[in-house]
Design a protein around this ligand. Structure first.
Ligand SMILES: [Zn+2]
Length: 382
């Protein structure tokens, strides 16, 4: 269906009508999409994703009443070659027209993004601002392709500045750190941390920080900094509607890996990403969020339930590691291999990252201890 949309340029674009005209026409089309969007919300309510205090009497009526606002959010789905599968961008109609995330850098993905905009009669030139939830390629990869065609500002968390300004030097610093980390895990020679360097020559970058607000699609959103999955994760959420754009921070069915990364250039210790993620999860627990728009998968309701599930999984994983350590000291790689024997090649790093994250938690709770032997770290149960 998307392919069909690509082959047929929207009539307004062909006739060269003004940007303002196309945006106004897209707003008019809202009346056509309202019904469908309400249906989406009803489906979510019926699928049993909501229980207990998330499902308060009157919320459905409120959602129904605010139907038009929900219809202003258009999900655009793009294929990726990543394990998470398809990735979402969201087009927020209303002033300023905003694109949340951009898919990967490939031509096929950029075309799918273009098709999503064309479905409501818009082109990249109609996008007035881009918001990137975090600096992973499946979310920020399309920025340069859009900016080749349109002078559009891009909003990102301020922690992204080191990646955007650091260029090749920052890339090499990261690789050197990861090489050493892999050796310390006891996986030297097993995983190769080298990744191709990809220049991110973005223009008109604007940095956001926790607590900032941003006008997008006619609504005011609050910025919540939620590091853990990456150091640049942020959510946008709307206190009026309860809509939250969460990137990969709070996926419904998958727990996004808390990636081990080097220390920030001005800090000595590397971040402890799982501890960060737990703090970030705690921050959203009591926020009045309703519809969650994730980076992967369908919009859903019931973020508290998902947060509780993540904490439960982390607890179970910690218990698994403790049981393995009771048999004697182990390296991160040995633990990872025992827990995720199916990981091969570059994916082994995901296992190392996951285990190290949980070991950070066990160390903090004094349930494990670490000792270094010839550059490799051995963990023991306490
Ligand atoms: Zn992702």
């Amino acid at each position: 269906m998307i392919q069909k949309q690509l082959n047929a340029a929207p009539a307004d674009a062909r006739s060269g009508k003004s940007r303002a005209h196309r945006r106004a026409a897209a707003q008019d089309r809202l009346t056509l999409t309202q019904g469908r969007s309400r249906h989406l919300v009803c489906n979510l309510l019926q699928e049993g994703d909501v229980t207990g205090d998330d499902m308060q009497t009157g919320e459905e009526t409120e959602t129904e009443r605010r139907g038009p606002a929900i219809a202003k959010i258009i999900p655009i789905n793009m294929k990726t070659h990543y394990a998470e599968g398809d990735v979402n961008a969201y087009l927020l109609l209303g002033s300023p027209v905003t694109l949340v995330d951009t898919g990967i850098h490939t031509e096929a993905s950029v075309q799918q993004l273009r098709g999503g905009l064309a479905a409501v009669g818009l082109t990249f030139q109609d996008v007035e601002q881009i918001v990137v939830t975090h600096m992973h390629l499946d979310h920020c990869g399309g920025v340069m392709a859009i900016q080749e065609e349109a002078e559009v500002p891009v909003f990102v968390h301020e922690r992204a500045q080191v990646l955007l300004d650091g260029g090749r030097q920052e890339h090499e610093r990261t690789e050197a750190f990861l090489r050493e980390f892999i050796v310390r895990c006891g996986a030297g020679g097993v995983v190769d941390p080298r990744r191709p360097y990809r220049e991110a020559a973005w223009k008109h970058v604007r940095y956001l920080a926790d607590g900032d607000t941003l006008l997008a699609g006619g609504e005011r959103y609050h910025v919540l900094y939620v590091p853990g999955h990456s150091q640049t994760d942020m959510c946008l959420w709307n206190p009026e509607t309860g809509d939250a754009f969460v990137g990969d921070y709070l996926l419904q069915h998958i727990s996004a890996n808390a990636f081990i990364v080097p220390p920030h250039p001005w800090e000595r210790e590397r971040p402890k990403p799982l501890l960060q993620l737990r703090e970030s999860l705690d921050r959203a627990r009591d926020l009045p969020w309703k519809t969650i728009f994730p980076g992967h998968g369908d919009p859903y309701l019931g973020h508290r339930q998902v947060i509780n599930q993540r904490f439960l999984e982390q607890h179970e994983r910690c218990e698994h590691i403790r049981r393995l350590l009771q048999a004697g000291p182990r390296t991160v790689y040995q633990l990872s291999h025992a827990m995720f024997p199916w990981l091969k090649g570059g994916a082994v790093f995901l296992g190392l990252s996951e285990v190290q994250g949980h070991l950070d938690l066990l160390l903090e709770r004094s349930q494990a201890e670490a000792a270094e032997d010839d550059g490799v770290v051995l963990y023991s149960a306490v």
